[in-house]
Design a protein around this ligand. Structure first.
Ligand code: ADP
Ligand code: MG
Ligand code: ZN
Length: 475
């Protein structure tokens, strides 16, 4: 039987506001437990929530970037449940009147554009965190995260493979980064994803029974968990069984999902309108203004890099996927006009050097000015492309100007024929074998000979000139 995979994702992102959504406690990751709390976010009796306007602005901006309709009036609701990470025993969320509905995200899969609908975008507050590790006879609870503004972004079941799920998340992450509403770090939990998945016989119009998979903490593990779950459901159906609607946890180490509890139905939460907050009424002029001030989004940047700089679609995709890499590209091409050369260096050596040092571009002292200056040193023959790689490393480590690095380390390229010719002649004498090969028609032997000169000069000889000298000497 051929099955079709159906996936819908529920994504939670923490908004990067300075303070929490209903109180003025600071939002900070990694602070000492229970030091960023107050009577409001601890749910003490007699306190009242006050909505953070900046959180609403971020939510509206994200919803517009996701092509949603932002509703003039939405409503906060209490989602009631008892769990020790929620001090109030309810979470303030939105339910039947969410902030925004009916959007979409588009991305490319093998040159084909896939559009995934966004069912709804709503605001809610984050919960605290339970700590089980290293605790005997119980758990500890940290309420620093309780009340951090969250956006829940629910997709339509339009995703058709685990790979598409990962690409959707990557595009969503890029959009949220570009709009500046969240730092979307999955490892720090500022983006969390639950995945609903079902399968059905291809061609069928009925939905299969879905399971909801939780506890994935990277895009890679979302893809792996979904692939596992699709296969598991297939085996259940093929052995004559029925898929049970339930929540399943992903176990990263074992690479399996396991049943945790049956999925709550909405009525279990006893939602009702939050009596302590007025309906959220948005001024249409303000919403329009947020839309007009929208920064460039990833899809626009990809298009612009192709149209304005003639970059291949592949380069545009890589440079856009990381906002900081794209920003560095934009600033560097303003100073140095060979866009493809800039792209090559950014996708290649710059990315490698940063990865090796486990550095973000923002946290490295690399500047567009220094990068452009380095490219000019290559062009005017001061350094070879090879030497440039070590200059780049030094630039990343120290933030020094390339010219200063070249002078300090004596890296200036040797383009003086008088200096190189004796060396070329000596290498010819010392390597009769390769010389004979070259003369006998094996052009590759030349590469070996040139390599010897590069080795002796520690990469400083001008490779074009060395090539030329060998050709001349060897006739
Ligand atoms: P709720 O969580 O409020 O009960 P739904 O279960 O309808 O709402 O939808 C939650 C998520 O499940 C959405 O992301 C939606 O796209 C997805 N979803 C709905 N139906 C299916 C299905 N048959 N297979 C996979 N995902 C689905
Ligand atoms: Mg749900
Ligand atoms: Zn507080």
């Amino acid at each position: 039987m051929d099955y079709e995979t159906i996936i819908g994702l529920e994504v939670h992102v923490e908004l990067a506001t300075a303070s929490k959504v209903f109180c003025s406690c600071p939002v900070e990751f990694g602070a000492e437990p229970n030091t960023r709390v107050c009577p409001v976010c601890l749910g003490l009796p007699g306190t009242l929530p006050v909505l953070n306007k900046r959180a609403v602005e971020f939510a509206v901006r994200a919803a517009l970037a996701l092509n949603c309709e932002v509703h003039p009036t939405s409503q906060f609701a209490r989602k009631n449940y008892f769990y020790p990470d929620m001090p109030k025993n309810y979470q303030i969320s939105q339910y039947d009147r969410p902030l925004a509905t009916g959007g979409y995200v588009e991305f490319e899969v093998d040159g084909r554009t896939v559009r995934v609908g966004i069912r709804r975008v709503h605001m809610e507050e984050d919960t605290g965190k339970l700590l089980h590790e290293g605790v005997e006879g119980g758990s500890l609870v940290d309420f620093n995260r309780a009340g951090v503004p969250l956006l829940e972004i629910v997709s339509e079941p339009d995703i058709r493979s685990p790979e598409e799920a990962r690409l959707y998340l990557q595009e969503l992450r890029a959009i949220l980064l570009y709009t500046g509403v969240s730092d979307v770090r999955m490892e720090e939990g500022s983006l969390r994803c639950d995945a609903n998945v079902s399968i059905r016989p291809r061609g069928s119009r009925e939905w299969g029974t879905l399971t909801e998979v939780k506890n994935m903490n990277s895009f890679r593990s979302v893809e792996r968990a979904l692939a596992y779950e699709v296969q598991r459901q297939r085996e259940v159906l093929e052995s004559g069984g029925r898929v049970v609607r339930e929540t399943r946890h992903w176990d990263e180490g074992r690479g399996v999902t396991f049943s945790s509890r049956s999925k709550e139905e909405a009525h279990d939460y006893r939602y009702f309108p939050e009596p302590d907050l007025l309906p959220l009424v948005l001024d249409p002029a303000w919403v329009r203004e947020i839309g007009e001030k929208m920064p460039e989004l990833p899809a626009q940047r990809r298009r612009r890099l192709v149209e304005e700089y003639g970059l291949p679609a592949y380069d545009a995709g890589v440079l856009t996927a990381s906002k900081s890499l794209g920003d560095l590209f934009d600033r560097t091409v303003k100073l140095y006009d060979d866009a493809k050369a800039v792209s090559n260096w950014l996708m290649g050596e710059v990315s490698r050097v940063l990865r090796e040092r486990d550095l973000d571009i923002e946290r490295s002292p690399l500047t567009p000015e220094n990068l452009a200056a380095m490219l000019r040193l290559i062009d005017d023959g001061t350094i070879s492309g090879k030497i440039a790689k070590s200059v780049l490393e030094e630039m990343v480590d120290t933030g020094k100007e390339p010219r200063a690095i070249v002078e300090e380390k004596g890296l200036v390229q040797i383009s003086d024929e008088g200096q190189l010719l004796p060396l070329v002649r000596r290498i010819i004498e010392e390597n009769p074998g390769p010389v004979a090969d070259y003369r006998g028609g094996k052009k590759k032997a030349l590469g070996f000979l040139v390599g010897q000169v590069m080795k002796e000069t520690k990469g400083k000889a001008n490779p074009q000139l060395v090539n030329e000298l060998f050709r001349r000497e060897l006739g």
